[in-house]
Design a protein around this ligand. Sequence first.
Ligand code: ZN
Length: 478
Amino acid sequence: MTDIYVKNGFLLTMQGEGVGSIQDGAVAIEGNTIVAVGKTADLDKEYGGAEHVFDAKGKAVLPGFVDAHVHTSNTLIRGEGQDVPEIEWMLKTQAPFGPHHRPGDRLLGSALGVLEAVKSGTTCFGEIGGNMAPAAEKVFGPSGVRAHLANTINEIGPGSRPDPHKPYIFFSDIGERKLKESIEFIDEWEGAFDGRITTMFSPHAADMMSEELLLRVKQEANERGMMSHIHIAQGGREAIQINLRYGTTIVKHLDSIGFLDNTIIGAHCHQTSDEEVALLAKSGMRYVSCPASIAVIDGITPPLALYLASGGVSAGIGSDQASGNNHHNMLVEMKVAALLNKCRHTDPTVLPAWKMLRIATIEGAETIGLGDSIGSLEPGKKADLLLLNLKVPHMMPIITTPVPNVAPNIVYSARGDEVETVIIDGNIVVRDREVLTMDEEKVMEDAQKASTAITESAAEDFFKADSYLAKAVKKGLL
Ligand SMILES: [Zn+2]
């Protein structure tokens, strides 16, 4: 018997080249798989007797969002690192908080980030971080979401970065340990939680490890038929390091050592010339752009539209982290991505709403290597989808001719609280705006307690670092 049947909705299936709209559409789900997509009138007879029936009249039904580059573990210091010069962001606003996180705190941050994201329609997280096993076990798995995870590998230890204008000091023993742990993580977690957890490799960034280790990580990934998710050209800090070490730019360096190809998921890529973006696109590298995060941290619009116009194979977007971007909300991210890129090119035709919706769903899934199983509503795909209420003042009226306005209204007007139902892997994870798999009050309370302890304990170090933001606080401006 059919488990879930969604009917009478305005479907955005992502089939074909655009959003693949079907008015009065229906989706049938058996187990964790979509078995039918079509007009309600055509599907009703066969699937109408499903165990759970959702009447989606006045609602949009679309694939769940793929947040292709995210660090939910940083959510506990939301709002503590904006409005500073780029060179200060990591070293003067993030680093002071790091040592004050107690064991387990980052998991509480992750839970808060996942709670926020899933309530606004994110069903898949492309997360990389220092130690993902506890997050897979305690947050991503039990919360019912899908996650494509990797342990980051670098050779950075305490004392590695005393001066941003001198080469970082690498510790090869740290690199060896992290590579070993990364492989152990993959062996243990690939396919866990009924296949909702999948894995990849993640060399952290080319300025944080030796060239030799960087190439070894890529080789380990390629030998397993896996992908490598790496930060590339992520700002002035990295540019200084690469120039000190190799006397060139990051993109030219990675190209010259044969690192770039279609097994690489490159995040950010904003410290680049137009020619370098074209080089990245032609290399086959898949691109994840984090427009809001990079706008906040670097004051730069990352080259999402330019990468695609240069022939890039596949691009997604990511929310990155709450201590820069400030949110894990893909609806907001789509709008920011579209607006910033229109401004970068002084061209309002850049990244239209239909394209942004594809980038946040099917193309984001393809970018991180999951395009065959998620990202669109079609038979055979995993059942990851959301129902979004259109009958709220800022989404009304619903117009179907001449311009069907559901896609533009989602990209330009939705803010997250329209998402009513979220189904992931055939399970109902959010119903009537309530997350069924998490104790929402407890997640927020635990995060608040941990955040208060961290920030109070780190305050002295934060002020000692004396960032632009610390000066603003001292002046009483916040
Ligand atoms: Zn990142």
